[in-house]
Design a protein around this ligand. Structure first.
Ligand SMILES: NC(=O)c1ccc[n+]([C@@H]2O[C@H](COP(=O)([O-])OP(=O)(O)OC[C@H]3O[C@@H](n4cnc5c(N)ncnc54)[C@H](O)[C@@H]3O)[C@@H](O)[C@H]2O)c1
Length: 266
């Protein structure tokens, strides 16, 4: 097992990428704090882990709140005696042109997607340093690299996540604390489904978006979780400050549609 004896916190672990990661980390031997604002689903993640003989606890946490993030870290340490892995994964999106965006919407999105990392690191880095090291993983996006239609606040937050990651990697390298970010492409999670279902013709949106992914499918939460496992385990011991893209080839083409593919002869 790759995380035997490790203690991990995964934020946004009630569903989607966070849930898949919490389950995989626990399967690999980690004791996992599931942190989320969605209590019912968060407890369900814990039950799923426990039913597979893993160790987990739910700590209700709004990652936009400094006090609650502090408590999330403290409850993890008091339960299991340390914190080895912090996966800052919770995130929200906002589909609006900038001029339609209110100041409170901007501030809330930045708090959940970016300030949460500041709080998480603020309250866990000292413990990690004292115990001789640790790993921090942040969730960026393909939007850490390129703009997207009608999501300026989200894209700005994810661009900042990537450079915050690099800056922290530089600051904490000497403390044996590695800091990386994982940058998913289009991933089939409740967040994506809600986004698609709000569109006029969900089936057409799925067809159009899938056609833009060279591997021909959306990523799964498990695809992202497996890459996250690499980044939080000793398999990536020499890796810090990177933005690890898991996107099925999405960012590799300036323009791409599977409908342009030449027909292959049988
Ligand atoms: N799904 C995608 O296509 C995609 C692509 C790139 C990046 N991402 C990023 O991956 C991460 C996970 O996204 P997902 O697709 O699994 O989304 P999701 O909405 O399915 O899951 C996100 C989880 O975060 C939790 N959350 C939201 N606000 C919170 C808060 N204030 N405090 C604590 N928890 C909170 C939600 O309750 C939910 O359980 C996000 O950072 C997202 O931006 C997703």
């Amino acid at each position: 097992m790759k995380l035997e004896g490790k203690v991990a916190v995964v934020t946004g672990a009630a569903r989607g990428i966070g849930r898949a990661s919490a389950i995989l980390f626990a399967k690999e031997g980690a004791k996992v704090t599931v942190a989320d604002i969605r209590a019912e689903l968060g407890r369900e993640t814990v039950r799923l882990i426990q039913s597979a003989a893993g160790e987990s606890q739910f700590v209700p946490t709004d990652v936009a709140s400094e006090d609650q993030v502090k408590r999330m870290v403290e409850q993890t340490i008091s339960r299991w005696g340390g914190i080895d892995i912090l996966f800052n994964n919770a995130g929200i999106t906002l589909v609006k042109f900038l001029e339609e965006t209110s100041e409170s919407e901007w501030d809330h999105l930045m708090s959940v997607n970016l300030k949460s990392i500041f709080f998480g690191v603020k309250y866990s880095a000292e413990y990690m340093r004292q115990q001789g090291g640790g790993v921090i993983l942040n969730t960026g996006s393909v939007s850490s690299f390129v703009g997207q239609l009608r999501t300026p606040a989200y894209v700005a937050s994810k661009g900042a996540v990537m450079l915050l990651t690099k800056s922290l990697a530089v600051d904490y390298g000497a403390d044996n604390i590695r800091v990386n970010c994982i940058c998913p492409g289009i991933t089939d999670t409740p967040m994506l489904r809600e986004h698609i279902e709000s569109a006029g013709d969900p089936a057409a949106v799925i067809r159009e978006r899938t056609s833009r992914v060279p591997v021909g499918r959306f990523l799964t939460p498990e695809d992202i979780a497996r890459a996250a496992l690499y980044l939080v385990s000793d398999d990536s011991e020499g890796v810090t400050g990177i933005a690890h893209v898991v996107d099925g080839g999405y960012l590799s083409a300036a323009e791409y549609s599977s409908s342009w593919l030449p027909r292959r002869s049988e």
